[in-house]
Design a protein around this ligand. Structure first.
Ligand code: NAI
Ligand code: MG
Length: 456
């Protein structure tokens, strides 16, 4: 496709069109890559302190616009205002953290006979970041900030439905003095602009977050050129509650572990596994907690859950909850907007689609288990392996189960998954590679070994 086209950006809480943005075609990607490659050479040659200072200024510009960015995210993505402020703050913090890594991105000198051996980390060149709509700002930054810090240029393709905060971040980068063309945002269709970025020979690495289906497709396209790729894909994460857990606390924490961001979260704890002797008691405690979640206008400070992103997503979520399945249901507004109530399904078979597939909506299942082995077996009974939670007062069990669950991000007596200074990513079909954490910059470098003979 090379015809000009536009993307309509809707407010998912009202279905009103709030902006229309030109979409990029392959020629735009070509031109952007050529400009980015030029900018990258100058950027890589700049002193580390200089690059770090630029990134800190970018962080400061984001900090000065947290409220504006957050309000924009409420309107384009339906995120609650509290979450949206956190998301803009996450971009700022990650830019600052990455800036701190610039002067610390060091190679090695390894002893060898007859000379000196240097291991040097070089930037890759131009990096393509393909971001999803569920966390448009943070996920864009998780690829962009460390890639820039390691001396690369970045072309970011935001999701079709959420280009606005990405475009604003690109403006802020320029206002903060980042070199022209170093960080470019190209809104556009995935199968057009995204695909062109993936195929482009001038793009050294693709950082993709999105569906497992498209992730596999991108990986196979990258294989043609052995292009570097990082994939953050789907999840179907367990929330394992043992009989010895603090049940009140576990039940109080469970709703927002899958309802936050309306469940459009790859780490959502959507499979609640409860040890049989406390199953009924847990469901009794869970019901009022789910029913009392405040769903509504995301701009309202008291709202805990907003709408889904789109009609497509709403239809997908509905398809998993046909008719009158038994369970717990919260409330949601009616009328315009892509609303779906908090839902917990009870009595499903462990192999039911809603129990093993990523719904990406405010829907969880509760399943009973017998003992520790059974819990681990159930926890691992999906193709995914992104995150998970373990609730128990037995520290030995917490460690055993953490070791046995095949997932990249686990939490004990907590649902926390994501910190910009700890590594994040999936096992199995949840992804490939890691983002964030102390090694984030290294993922955007190529390793070169140079031997220098000292023998006369
Ligand atoms: P998607 O995987 O199609 O979209 C993610 C990004 O990839 C967007 O920027 C999109 O434009 C781009 N893209 C799509 N096709 C492409 C292609 N052929 N080449 C290059 N880039 C391409 O995800 P979609 O359709 O928005 O959501 C479908 C499902 O995927 C969701 O219901 C959810 O289950 C899952 N998903 C998971 C996410 C996660 O955080 N792991 C994020 C978004 C979606
Ligand atoms: Mg898609």
């Amino acid at each position: 496709m090379s015809q000009p086209y536009e993307l309509d950006v809707l407010n998912p809480a009202t279905e009103e069109v709030i902006a229309t943005v030109p979409g990029a075609v392959a020629q735009d990607v070509d031109a952007a890559v050529a400009r980015a490659a030029r900018a990258q050479r100058t950027w890589a040659a700049a002193s580390p302190a200089d690059r770090a200072r630029h990134l800190r200024r970018f962080a400061a510009a984001v900090d000065a616009h947290v409220e504006e960015l957050a309000q924009l995210e409420v309107r384009e993505a339906g995120h609650t205002i509290g979450n949206a402020r956190w998301e803009a703050g996450n971009v700022r913090d990650l830019l600052d953290y990455s800036a701190g890594g610039v002067e610390r991105l060091t190679g090695r000198q390894i002893p060898v006979p007859g000379g000196i051996d240097l291991t040097i980390l070089e930037p890759l060149g131009v990096v393509g970041v393909i971001a999803p709509w569920n966390f448009p700002m943070p996920i864009a930054a998780w690829g962009t900030a460390p890639a820039l810090a390691a001396g690369n240029a970045v072309i970011l393709k935001p999701a079709e439905t959420t280009p606005l905060t990405a475009l604003r971040l690109a403006e802020l980068a320029l206002e903060a003095g980042l070199p022209e063309d170093l960080f470019q945002v190209l809104p556009g269709r995935g199968d057009v602009a995204g695909d062109a970025l993936v195929r482009h020979p001038g793009v050294a690495k693709i950082v993709f977050t999105g569906s497992t289906r498209i992730g596999k497709q991108i990986m196979s396209t990258c294989a043609d050129r052995v292009k570097r790729v990082t994939l953050e894909l789907g999840g179907k994460s367990p929330n394992i509650v043992f009989a010895d857990a603090d049940l009140e606390t576990a039940a109080a924490a469970a709703p927002m572990s899958f309802l936050d961001n309306s469940g459009q979260d790859c780490c959502a704890r959507t499979r609640i596994l409860v040890q049989a002797p406390v199953y009924e008691r847990f469901v009794e405690l869970l019901a009022p907690a789910v029913e009392s979640v405040v769903v509504g206008d995301p701009a309202d400070e008291n709202t805990q859950m907003g709408p889904l992103i789109s009609k497509t997503q709403l239809e997908k979520v509905r398809s998993y909850v046909p008719g009158d399945l038994p369970g717990i249901r919260g409330t949601a507004p009616t009328g315009p907007g892509f609303w779906f109530p908090p839902t917990v399904l009870t009595g499903l078979e462990p192999q039911a689609p809603a129990a093993v597939e990523e719904v990406f909506g405010p829907v969880a299942v509760v399943l009973p288990f017998d003992d520790e082995d059974d819990a681990v077996r159930l926890a691992n009974a999906t193709d995914y392996g992104l995150s998970g939670s373990i609730w128990t007062r037995d520290v030995g069990r917490a460690l055993r189960v953490s070791g046995a669950v095949a997932a990249g991000n686990l939490s004990v007596n907590s649902h926390s998954s994501v910190r910009y200074w700890t590594p994040f990513g999936g096992y199995r079909q949840s992804g490939l590679g890691r983002e964030l954490g102390p090694d984030a910059l290294t993922a955007f470098t190529e390793t070169k070994n140079v031997f220098i003979a000292t023998e006369a």
